[in-house]
Write a protein that binds this ligand. Structure first.
Ligand SMILES: [Zn+2]
Ligand SMILES: [Zn+2]
Length: 156
């Protein structure tokens, strides 16, 4: 029998497991940061899908399912994605960048987080205008952007 498991993730985006029993309610808090653990989208309550066990397939070293950035049902960013986006926006506000540059970079953030036709452009904008804050922003960006985007912004 095939089995769909769910993920348990804390509000900061730490994944406890991607192999939790679908029907077992989640309780408790993250061991790393103390935030509440969730197994579904706070907005639409869709369960966050984890590992899918397909009966009959031999799995050598099973792949783990990564923490999603957006809900696949309602499209809203998960709390951990929202926190990172807010942190980047705050960094922009605190920076010496002029208002227009701040707005350009702010608008580009959603395209950094997910893969869109504008992702490359967004990465290029950040590399070009975001220079003064790229050092501080690195940890946040590495947590939310794709690998290709990170390589564009931080080539070395
Ligand atoms: Zn945590
Ligand atoms: Zn949702």
């Amino acid at each position: 029998m095939d089995i769909q498991y769910k993920q348990i993730i804390c509000l900061n985006g730490h994944q406890l497991t991607d192999g939790a029993d679908w029907n077992k309610p989640v309780t408790g808090y993250c061991k790393k940061c103390g935030k509440k653990l969730i197994d579904s989208c706070p907005n639409c309550h869709s369960v966050i899908r984890g590992y899918y066990y397909a009966d009959g397939f031999v799995v050598l070293g099973r792949h783990s399912v990564s923490v999603p950035k957006y809900c696949e049902t309602c499209g809203k960013p998960f709390p951990w994605t929202e926190t990172s986006i807010k942190a980047l926006e705050n960094l922009l506000t605190l920076s010496q960048l002029d208002q227009q540059e701040q707005n350009e970079l702010k608008e580009a953030i959603p395209d950094l987080v997910s893969d869109t036709p504008k992702t490359k452009l967004a990465a290029y904008k950040w590399k070009k205008f975001g220079k003064p804050i790229l050092d501080v922003a690195k940890d946040i960006l590495v947590g939310i952007a794709t690998e290709a985007t990170i390589k564009t912004i931080y080539p070395n």
